[in-house]
Design a protein around this ligand. Structure first.
Ligand code: AMP
Length: 497
């Protein structure tokens, strides 16, 4: 008997291996994608088979193409060039927690489908509904949406979801954190029971598992990294400094990176909107090109800031969690946590901004002695310890260093707010209708400039917006004034977009 030696190396998987249509492959070549990422390798064949998916995918892994490409492929037989809206019903619905993520997902979908006759559009809150309504009325096969604004359109009857065959819940963990569960339930109830559902989440909490159990059928679980783990390409360092020296520490880190010839670009995370603006101003005074991005900025301001950052005129993007959620900035070399987040899961999301699509990155965190509990929570979630490192020139004990008096005061006042404060909030509020809300009564609130739990907009119900609340008016939702009063008391009134 003879034995033949065979080469055991499995053949390299390419986009060709999935049998994707030539028009999709052409779009991928134009994007410069040469081979699928691990999540794409796993997700594309399963989605093509029509199976439900529960995907644990970190930010930056290429998960958008992982679900968008097979969806486009499956919809191709229905693609047509007819001008009749009836020939273009919504067949795939992709829900995301924030407008930025919705915009990015849509941007990707539009690129991948650009050589096909499939139509796509995006709807999210905070902007005029009319252009969205017109696009919906013309007919689209693929609709990307945030839940609140989608329900506005449903209410206005500008969209019909009765022919949806595929539903994607992207960043489902964040949608639940933001209190979107009731909205999701309302939306899902409008969809045909016979459909394919794909749920993606960076973390798999009990609530997410419950959501999956309610709406997914025998899902295939896809996991490219341990759930609740952080990207392996990211070097994580925690610098222990004296309370009150956090601003100086960030300046030091940014200047040192520049002096070491490393990229100057960095996202700096701050827990509150006020702290975010304050740090951006401080960095500017120190000669660092910085800009703040948070929920009290108008959509135009935020887009301008993001463009400036992408084009390199801004080096330090100082952001709150909600504002930074879903920002797709490829090859982000560095993330700094000016404040450790109150939720360990937010830490995973934050550092997911760097080390994306296989690149390496640095996640630097400033830590003051009172942050120990937050750091321990993060380590528990990551199932590994992060070394506390002294920062050159900074005394972690606080015995000798000169205090930044203003910072001390602010640190004290934010400590007073801390048990209630969170995320971006100077306006903490409990999650609504969430079984966990009593436990997490003051988990990160959503951002008034993002889509949020559904309340029919005044334009949707035909009433006039409450013009006494500029923020509500900007949304076309007749919101009462307390939020504005609270914001004013704390020094910032939401601006009109
Ligand atoms: P996502 O996780 O979907 O936000 O994707 C993160 C980044 O990776 C985006 O900038 C994508 O354009 C990029 N990307 C996705 N798939 C690939 C691929 N196969 N090759 C190279 N880049 C990719």
């Amino acid at each position: 008997m003879t034995t033949t030696t065979t080469d055991q190396t499995p053949p390299e998987i390419t986009f060709d291996s999935f049998g994707l249509d030539a028009r999709i492959q052409r779009a991928l070549s134009e994007q410069g994608y040469t081979k699928p990422t691990p999540i794409q390798e796993q997700a594309i064949p399963v989605v093509l088979l029509g199976k439900d998916v529960m995907g644990a995918a970190q930010t930056g892994t290429g998960k958008t193409a992982g679900f968008a490409l097979p969806i486009i492929q499956r919809l191709l037989p229905m693609a047509n060039a007819s001008a009749s809206p009836a020939r273009h019903p919504v067949r795939a619905l992709m829900l995301t927690p924030t407008r930025e993520l919705a915009d990015q997902v849509y941007d990707n979908v539009a690129r991948y489908a650009r050589f096909t006759d499939l139509r796509s559009t995006v709807v999210f809150g905070g902007v005029d509904m009319n252009p969205q309504t017109e696009a919906l009325r013309r007919g689209v096969e693929i609709l990307v949406a945030t839940p609140g604004r989608l329900l506005d359109h449903v209410q206005q009857k500008s969209v019909n979801l009765s022919q949806v065959q595929m539903l994607v819940l992207d960043e489902a963990d964040r949608m639940l954190d933001m209190g979107f569960l009731p909205d999701l339930q309302r939306i899902i109830n409008l969809l045909p029971a016979q459909r394919q559902t794909l749920l993606f989440s960076a973390t798999f909490s009990t609530e997410i598992k419950r959501l999956a159990a309610s709406y997914l059928r025998e899902p295939v679980t896809i996991e490219v990294a341990r759930s609740n783990s952080a990207n392996e390409n990211v070097r994580q360092t925690v610098f222990q400094v004296e309370d009150g020296h956090k601003q100086a520490a960030v300046v030091h880190l940014l200047k040192k990176r520049a002096a070491d010839g490393l990229s100057r670009q960095c996202i700096v995370f701050v827990n509150s909107k006020i702290g975010c603006s304050r740090l951006a101003r401080h960095l500017e005074r120190e000669g660092i090109n910085a800009a703040a991005i948070h929920g009290d900025k108008t959509q135009t301001e935020r887009m301008q800031t993001l463009d400036g950052f992408k084009q390199g005129s801004i080096d330090a993007l100082v952001a709150t969690d909600v504002a930074a959620r879903g920002l797709d900035i490829p090859d982000m070399p560095c993330v700094i946590n000016f404040d450790l987040p109150y939720s360990a899961e937010d830490y995973v999301h934050r550092i997911g901004r760097t080390g994306r699509a296989g690149a390496s990155g640095d996640a630097l965190s400033i830590y003051v002695p009172g942050d120990e509990r937050l750091l321990v929570d993060i380590e528990k979630l990551l199932k590994r310890s992060i070394p506390r490192t002294p920062l050159e020139g900074f005394d972690p004990t606080g015995a000798s260093a000169r205090a930044e008096e203003g910072d001390r005061r602010r640190a004290r006042s934010s400590d007073v707010r801390r048990p209630r404060g969170n995320g971006e909030s100077e306006e903490p509020r409990p999650r609504r209708n969430d079984p966990a809300s009593s436990r997490n009564a003051f988990r990160p609130s959503d951002d008034s400039f993002f889509s949020r739990p559904y309340e029919p907009s005044s334009s949707a119900v035909g009433a006039q917006p409450d013009v006494t609340d500029s923020n509500a008016a900007a949304f076309g939702r007749g919101r009462p004034a307390p939020k504005r009063q609270l914001a004013a008391l704390l020094g910032g009134v939401p601006r009109k977009s």
